[in-house]
Design a protein around this ligand. Structure first.
Ligand code: ADP
Ligand code: MG
Length: 176
């Protein structure tokens, strides 16, 4: 079964945390088929915390949605996530966004993710890798939902890790 997952981190070393989370999922047999770019996103709900890095990934696994949730939560806790309120700063957050046409509505798991259509930090990375995926309850594509989002929180592509550091270049003393 294929799932879209949303990864997020805003503590310590977010870029590295996302990479570690992907590696740990892969080490547990989750096949990563597609990854979006990384996006810097403005925190929603709780201000005064660092911006997040968010990413959407397409994975394939034989795990059920509940088994995948359990694995995601194990990876979160192994990576040192301390349980806290929703939208609080975190080392790693792994959410199940979509599971094809599957709909789950239980106290511990809601798929599609309950706030998917209201969050730019989810919609923008997801639209990059799954513009034509259809939300099975709203019956609209991710691209359409993204265009219709009234969320005003900022989302911008994160600069690539290997970009030469222009600040360093500017402060380098001139020769001669
Ligand atoms: P959030 O990601 O909304 O900031 P948490 O990561 O703290 O919040 O998750 C809170 C609870 O959300 C988890 O204990 C989990 O049982 C529940 N949950 C419900 N649906 C999902 C989903 N699709 N993906 C991940 N967690 C979910
Ligand atoms: Mg979560």
């Amino acid at each position: 079964m294929r799932y879209y997952l949303g990864l997020g981190s805003n503590l310590v070393d977010p870029r590295n945390n996302l990479a570690r989370a992907r590696r740990r999922l892969a080490a547990n047999g989750i096949k990563i088929l597609k990854t979006s770019s990384l996006y810097r996103t403005e925190p929603v709900g709780l201000s005064g915390q660092p911006w997040f890095l968010n990413q959407a990934v397409l994975v394939e696994t034989s795990l059920s949605p509940w088994q995948l949730l359990r694995l995601a939560q194990r990876v979160e806790s192994e990576m040192g996530r301390i349980p806290g309120p929703r939208n609080a700063p975190r080392v790693i957050d792994i959410d199940i966004l979509l599971a094809g046409d599957t709909i789950v509505d239980t106290p511990s798991l809601t798929v599609p993710h309950a706030r998917l259509a209201e969050r730019n930090f989810v919609l923008v990375p997801l639209a990059e890798i799954a513009p034509r995926a259809v939300h099975p309850l709203l019956k609209k594509t991710i691209q359409t939902l993204r265009g219709a989002s009234s969320d005003r929180a900022l989302v911008e592509k994160a600069p690539s890790a290997l970009r030469p550091d222009s600040a360093t270049a500017k402060t380098r003393p001139r020769s001669g």
